[in-house]
Design a protein around this ligand. Structure first.
Ligand code: HMG
Length: 381
């Protein structure tokens, strides 16, 4: 029985900054941001958005009434959740008006946990092939104003429906997970911004990718030529390039060049929004499917990475007609408007974060289908 991703949809905020402007404001060369890091724009998050509203907006785009009837479980993968106890999946379930007879849970392991969510969903659908599982990867990536990580911030959510006989990607059985206890990036419970050992984190990422890839090759006997493309977790687009070049080294064969071209296609959307943490690999996959040279029957490799750290390499086969089961990301990105760096800084500092005061937010201007209106008695509305 084939099990995998049946549909995918993406949501982000309706505002962004141009990173050339940010570079000038921070006294950096614009080329450092657009070429050295590989990012052009970054999503700006108004206080009226959090991972619940973003996740619900993405999920609303893909669920039909029929899907809702078959939904057994909602998994929200996030590392920027709003509560240390209650699962954000419960809020999402409420906002989407879903049946009470549904299981809801939140998963965490930095940027990796949506991949765990997909593997768990595959297990649930194996046990009940009529059922569907909604996996939502939703995050707001914050490092702080005037930090070296600032250029790699971002925000957004990818929602995926996992079913039998999927329309997008049928998952193959061999997956390789690799975990080590290390400190490349972390965010203690009291902190609203991440701490990071930036250069170290990029080296660990590459090492984990190569470890997973070698083991996958040993287990399956597959070579690079058996893949149409590889999709990577993209904290910034240059990271995908560093990982791929770590594998290709100086190879300029036809296959190596094809992999480089497909990587560029997978990076297109990340360049526009920044790091989505849990959702970045899956937005990269959507970008590949909507901008790359891929067709039904092709094998796609996926490398998922979460700091702390855990990596996983797995693969899937593209299904006929997959194009029709992806939300229109180009239109979503084109529909946003640019804000100034001053406005971005104001909004950055006005996010609710760990603030426990009673607050009424100025949410009327936010055109998103779901908005955060404020907070009272430690409860969000
Ligand atoms: P930095 O110190 O600002 O940058 O930090 P740099 O000085 O290393 O420069 C970056 C690149 O720009 C270099 O290229 C420069 O040569 C180049 P590279 O050597 O890396 O190829 N450069 C220029 N290029 C063209 N024209 C110029 C120019 N000037 C310089 N004029 C860093 C960069 C990414 C470390 C920082 O932004 C950071 O710490 N970001 C956050 C951490 C991160 O994203 N790590 C990625 C791996 S870990 C991961 O993926 C997990 C994560 O998503 C979180 C999770 O799992 O939860 C982060």
């Amino acid at each position: 029985m084939k099990i995998g991703i049946d549909k995918m949809a993406f949501a982000t905020t309706d505002e962004y900054i141009d990173l050339r402007e940010l570079a000038r404001k921070r006294g950096d060369e614009p080329d450092k941001y657009t070429i050295g890091i590989g990012q052009d724009r970054q999503a700006v998050v108004p206080a009226s958005q959090d991972i619940v509203t973003l996740g619900a907006s993405a999920a609303e785009k893909l669920l039909t009434d029929d899907d809702k009837k078959h939904l057994s479980t909602i998994i929200v993968a996030t590392e920027s959740g709003i509560d240390n106890s209650k699962a954000s999946a419960i809020y999402v379930k409420h906002l989407l008006g879903l049946d009470d007879f549904v299981r809801t849970v939140e998963l965490k392991e930095a940027c990796y946990s949506a991949t765990a969510g997909i593997q768990f969903a595959k297990g649930l659908v194996t046990m009940d092939p009529q059922s569907a599982v909604l996996v939502i990867a939703s995050d707001i990536a914050r490092y702080g104003l005037e930090t070296s990580g600032e250029v790699t911030q971002g925000a957004g959510a990818v929602a995926m429906l996992i079913t039998a006989n999927p329309h997008v990607l049928a998952l193959e059985d061999t997956t390789v997970s690799y975990t080590k206890d290390l400190m490349d990036f972390w965010r203690p419970l009291y902190a609203t911004e991440a701490h990071v050992d930036g250069k170290y984190s990029t080296n660990v990422y590459i090492e984990f990718f190569l470890q997973c890839w070698q083991r996958y090759r040993q287990l399956t006997g597959r070579q690079l030529a058996d893949f149409a493309a590889l999709a990577f977790h993209l904290p910034f687009t240059k990271m995908g390039k560093k990982a791929l070049e770590g594998l290709l080294q100086d190879d300029h064969s036809l296959i190596a060049e094809k992999m480089r071209e497909q990587l560029t296609a997978s990076q297109k959307y990340c360049r526009e929004v920044g790091n989505l943490y849990t959702g970045s690999l899956y937005l990269g996959l959507m970008s590949l499917l909507q901008n790359g040279q891929v067709k039904a029957g092709d094998r796609i490799g996926l490398f998922s990475y979460g700091s702390g750290a855990e990596g996983e390499f797995y693969s899937g086969i593209l299904q006929a007609g997959f194009e029709k089961y992806l939300s229109n990301v180009k239109a979503e990105l084109a529909d946003r408007h640019q804000v100034s760096i001053e406005e971005y800084e104001r909004q950055f500092n006005s996010q609710l974060g760990m603030n426990s005061d009673d607050i009424k937010l100025d949410w009327e201007k936010d055109p998103a289908p779901f908005v955060l209106k404020g907070q009272k008695n430690y409860k969000r509305f």
